[in-house]
Write a protein of this length. Sequence first.
Length: 148
Amino acid sequence: MGLLDEALSCYPHAGYTRVTAPDGTAVPICCAIAHHLRERADFLVGRGKRGKSLLADAAAHWRFEIRECIADGSDTAAFGTLAGCLPDGVHAAEMHHAGTITILSELTLEYPPAEDSREACLRVITRHPSQLPPGAVLFPAECGDRVH
């Protein structure tokens, strides 16, 4: 578990910062590890304080999958599922779709998931719904920028 915790917070050498996802997109290593940890949450919780701490660290490597979008003025309300914890404030994100990565410079958590749900709404600032296709996955932009 110590090695996994280090992998979540490490700054890999240039050229070794991403892994290829099933759709062909290059996902930041830390986000891929966090995804696998969340899939094994029950096991990690059963490991006590260290397992729970690892899950808390993984939460910072959030992932949002867009299900549908609607225009809201010059912004877009994106509805979908959130894994991890998107902190308050304005953030940049990488949008992964069809093997490409697009940077979204400003988004906020409009409505967090209700208890026992992963459904959430993000506000993507100055983007039209047509620029945010259903099935696209968002990751924290700072994870993609991690280089040693």
